[in-house]
Design a protein around this ligand. Structure first.
Ligand SMILES: [Zn+2]
Length: 235
């Protein structure tokens, strides 16, 4: 597509979303069909979990009078650097993911006739912001509100991203709310708008995978996350 046409289409999208003075939130569906992210203990791709949760949060935000722009919902967004520009004009970009663990924690089990890696060692959600995002304070404000709402709804954050080992050691930005700094995360550091990455749970954990696949629990989590988002948007 020619750049001029693309720019016009982008402007049209910006004008339509958030019309009538509604706040606008961009929900980024982590990974894609070709690069599906983590694989669960039972062999399901992370992308599927991310899409379902993003749709559930979008529905809750809609009920709260917020316009939502989904990024990567078609499963074709293979380049992470092309995601954050699509959040232009939003009051918040929330990137939705599901978690794995470092390879040294993986064990193997038989499931569905196949040998699959898993780890039951860690469970729970985590939130991340980047100190390289130009709106760090607003990002932290929103992450803390989302984390607080999740805790009040009974969800317990994992602490394993703070472990002082290679690949983790993410400093706390807000311990109680389960928020870490992860300065180099592409979708966060390249965003012009406040940005938060949400790892909703550990899908390589055999028990947590089943919980994360339950529709009722997903709806409860979506409702809590949306409450936190509504609470942090500028009025
Ligand atoms: Zn992911």
């Amino acid at each position: 597509m020619k750049n001029g046409v693309k720019a016009l289409l982008t402007l049209a999208a910006l004008a339509s979303a958030g019309a009538h003075g509604q706040p606008l939130v961009a929900l980024d569906v982590g990974h894609s069909l070709a690069r599906p992210g983590a694989i669960s203990a039972r062999g399901a791709p992370e992308f599927d979990f991310n899409l379902k949760l993003a749709q559930a949060i979008a529905a809750e935000l809609g009920k709260g009078g917020v316009a939502v722009r989904l990024i990567g919902a078609d499963g074709l967004a293979d380049n992470p650097a092309e995601r954050s520009p699509q959040a232009a004009g939003a009051q918040l970009l929330l990137s939705i993911h599901h978690d794995a663990v470092q390879p040294e924690y993986l064990r193997h089990w038989q499931h569905g006739g196949e040998t699959r890696p898993y780890s039951d060692r860690f469970r729970g959600h985590a939130l991340f912001i980047s100190g390289r995002n130009p709106q760090e304070a607003r990002s932290l404000h929103c992450a803390a509100r989302i984390g607080g709402a999740l805790r009040r709804a009974g969800f317990i954050p994992t602490r394993h991203h703070a472990e002082p080992i290679e690949g983790e050691a993410r400093p706390w930005a807000d311990y109680a709310a389960g928020v870490h700094y992860y300065d180099n995360l592409v979708v966060l550091k390249t965003a012009e708008v406040p940005a938060v990455l949400f790892e909703a749970g550990v899908i390589v954990n055999r028990r947590e995978e089943l919980l994360l696949a339950q529709e009722g629990r997903r709806a409860r989590m979506a409702k809590a996350a949306a409450r936190g988002i509504l609470d942090c948007l500028p009025r």
